[in-house]
Structure formats: structure tokens, C-alpha cells
Design a protein around this ligand. Structure first.
Ligand SMILES: [Zn+2]
Length: 197
């Protein structure tokens, strides 16, 4: 799985301002807040368009880079943390199980307050956005497997080719699982409607 694709997918799914508020406890008003990176007390950080920029310390970037800077993580750790904390289901959780549990519980509570039909529709929508990200990765991996395949047997293996091959089954397995879950939810929705008649 390529870092840049993964980062882009996560940036699409996690709003920067939401992540800043959640992780730092700062409130953002009119896309401005105190900079949590250098811990300044003026409203020095801009957060519009899913990008942050601090006029004092010049920290800047997207939501993944924010998590890297704020928690002092490397790139993959930051992706993993966002994946866990926002329950994106993109790859196995290993970073912060406790945060993931809190989020899962609050999501379960939210779902419990909805009607059955609403809850199922909500789950289907969440599933669709995750599925979209997997589609993008599968496409990227397929392209890499063609573009960077070894020119002759026993030839040198391109790192990008090796990476795509390594993830291929895993990506497909996860997409199959998502499809099964999708059909299960669709079925539940249909049965629910029949019961209501
Ligand atoms: Zn700053």
C-alpha cells in the first residue's frame, strides 16, 4: 500500500478541523485557532481548506502531517492512528486500541439512538466510503504490478512491484469482506421493510 495514496484517502475521510479539535481540545472559530504545535496563545494557526498553517512557527500540512507533528509520529504511525481513532477500517489497528474502543463505543451509542432503518443506512454509507478508498488502492496496486513488473525472469524486482504484490491478496480479501457486509446490510434493510408492512 503506497503511503501517498493512503494519506490522500485518509485526508478525504477525516476533516482536519475535527481532528485538531478532538486531539488538542482547542476550539476552532472562523478557521483560526491557537497553534497546538508551538503552543502559542494567539490565533496563529489557519485551518481552511483542510490545510493548517501557523504564522509563527510555520508548521503546515494536511491532517496526517498534523498528527505527525503533534504526536511526533512517523508517517505510517500517523496514518495508523487516524485509521484507528476514526475507525476507518483501512488496515489492521495496532497503534492505539484504547482510543479505538472509546470511538467504537460512542459510535455504537449513536447507532443505538437511531431507528433500525436509519442505523442500517448509516452503516451502508460508512461502508461505501471505505470501499471507495480500497478501490483506489486496488487500482493503484494493479497499475504498479503492470508498470513495474520485472522485465525478464530473474531480473531485478522493483520495490513498487514487490509492494503491490505483497498487498494484493490482502486488499482483495478486505474488499470481499466489505461486499459481503454490504449485501448483508442491504438484505436487512429489505427484510426490515417487509416486516413493517
Ligand atoms: Zn505554531
Amino acid at each position: 500500500m503506497r503511503f501517498r495514496d493512503t494519506m490522500n484517502a485518509i485526508c478525504d475521510m477525516v476533516p482536519l478541523e475535527d481532528a485538531i479539535e478532538r486531539y488538542t481540545g482547542h476550539r476552532i472559530r472562523n478557521h483560526r485557532t491557537n497553534c497546538p504545535i508551538h503552543e502559542g496563545d494567539g490565533q496563529n494557526m489557519r485551518t481552511d481548506n483542510n490545510i493548517f498553517y501557523c504564522y509563527v512557527c510555520h508548521a503546515h500540512g494536511n491532517v496526517v502531517q498534523f498528527v505527525q507533528e503533534y504526536f511526533r509520529l512517523d508517517g505510517w504511525q500517523a496514518l495508523s492512528k487516524l485509521n484507528t481513532d476514526y475507525d476507518l477500517g483501512l488496515f489492521p489497528h495496532y497503534y492505539d486500541e484504547k482510543a479505538a474502543k472509546i470511538l467504537r463505543d460512542s459510535r455504537a451509542r449513536r447507532l443505538a439512538e437511531m431507528s433500525r432503518e436509519e442505523a442500517i443506512k448509516h452503516q451502508i454509507a460508512a461502508l461505501s466510503s471505505v470501499y471507495g478508498a480500497w478501490c483506489a488502492w486496488r487500482r493503484g496496486a494493479a497499475e504498479d504490478m503492470i508498470k513495474y513488473r520485472p522485465k525478464d525472469p530473474g531480473g531485478e524486482i522493483d520495490e513498487r512491484y514487490a509492494e503491490a504484490v505483497k498487498w494484493w491478496d490482502y486488499i482483495n480479501y478486505n474488499m470481499d469482506e466489505l461486499e459481503l457486509e454490504f449485501f448483508r446490510l442491504k438484505g436487512e434493510l429489505r427484510n426490515g421493510r417487509k416486516d413493517a408492512c
